[in-house]
Design a binder for this molecule. Structure first.
Ligand code: CO
Length: 151
């Protein structure tokens, strides 16, 4: 088990377009495991590889219904709209209200290279979109209104 340091806003890696993972090697699996441990250690609900300084298209999410690991995730469908409050481990002590599609279908690979298709609504849909935004160099504060400091 290893817990990585979380990269915070101001670091260039958070603004890069993350690279596709061409092959799932043992190092990629190790990265997934350490990202999971890092997410849980920080009481996060999601984490994208750029947040641990790795510019690869990998996310881990646990919106309360168990761990989801996704390699090369893609949003295939999106519908509806919902606004809710978000925060981010890379933007500590700030929150804001972000409008996003309420439902999404996300495809990606698991650690065994099997294709996953996730039909998500509500909080899970929001977390998936937030993490996939990280892979495009987008932070929630780019999209949020009413950005405010929390103590
Ligand atoms: Co984030």
């Amino acid at each position: 088990m290893a817990v990585y340091n979380i990269v915070e806003t101001g670091d260039d890696v958070l603004r890069e377009i993350a690279r596709e993972v061409p092959k799932i090697t043992s190092n990629i699996v190790k990265l997934l495991i350490n990202m999971r441990d890092t997410m849980y250690a920080n009481k996060g609900v999601g984490l994208a590889a750029p947040q641990v300084g790795v510019s690869k298209r990998i996310i881990v999410v646990d919106a309360g219904d168990g761990l989801i690991e996704l390699i090369n995730p893609v949003i295939c469908e999106a519908s509806g709209e919902e606004t809710d409050t978000e925060g981010c481990l890379s933007v500590p002590e700030w929150m804001g209200d972000v409008s996003r599609p309420a439902k999404v279908v996300v495809k990606g690979l698991d650690r065994n290279g099997r294709e996953l298709e996730i039909n998500a609504a509500g909080f899970l849909a929001r977390v998936l979109q937030h993490e996939i935004d990280h892979l495009e160099g987008i932070l929630f504060t780019d999209k949020a209104i009413n950005v405010r400091r929390i103590k």
